[in-house]
Design a protein around this ligand. Sequence first.
Ligand code: BTN
Length: 245
Amino acid sequence: FGGQLIEIDEVDSTNLHAQRMLKKQKVVEGTVINAKHQTHGRGQMGTKWYSGEGLNLTFSVILFPKFLTLEKQFYLSKVIAIGMVEAIEKLSIFNVKIKWPNDIYVGKDKVAGILIENSVRGQEIEHSVIGVGVNINEQDFGIYGLGATSLSMEAGELIETGHLLQSLLKSMQKWYLMLRAEKYFEIDDAYHHRLLNYNQWAYYEKDDQVIKAKLVGVKNYGNVVLENEIGDLSEYGLKELKFII
Ligand code: BTN
């Protein structure tokens, strides 16, 4: 990843920039678009992603995971998230977890988010834009502060963003190659290991109802499997369930 690294001072969204590039030119797999500032940063489920100028990382990686069938598409999110946790742990920050479906947490606070946008043709993923936003040197989240943290707040020192970008790209690439090599067992093992609340009782919210359940698995296409107190299993989609932390 990052063989082609495009650095931009300001853009609407690196994901949108990547999609425009894919429309109009030939793009090498692993191309990275990194922006200092996004005017229309996008988050999951139509939300906005705000990021203080020059303080954090907002970038997108372009991939062509043609080998991955649609029903296994969530593996992309898994390998990216595992790679991110590994890179963050290298900063001697601990208690870094993946919060299903697409967030990275340190303790009870969110430190990074992933927005994957796939273009699908038939049963194949033609291209995938992996958008990553990491709070790095932000110290004050203002009104968005509740439940948010940054790596420097956790590490107690400023972090060099360029160096961290390289480290993130390296470990994300390592796990992407594992996926290409079809090492599903190793990936699932690493994922469960880092998954927040895995096999633990916790509370979730669905349609304004609170459910006490144990997260026992994540399906290949992204749904989560919860076990309730009498041992029944139920599957929930990406938009159906809220985690209560
Ligand atoms: C989320 O947690 O809601 C996902 C946030 C993803 C933000 C990143 S920043 C780089 C890339 N470009 C975007 O517009 N969004 C993603």
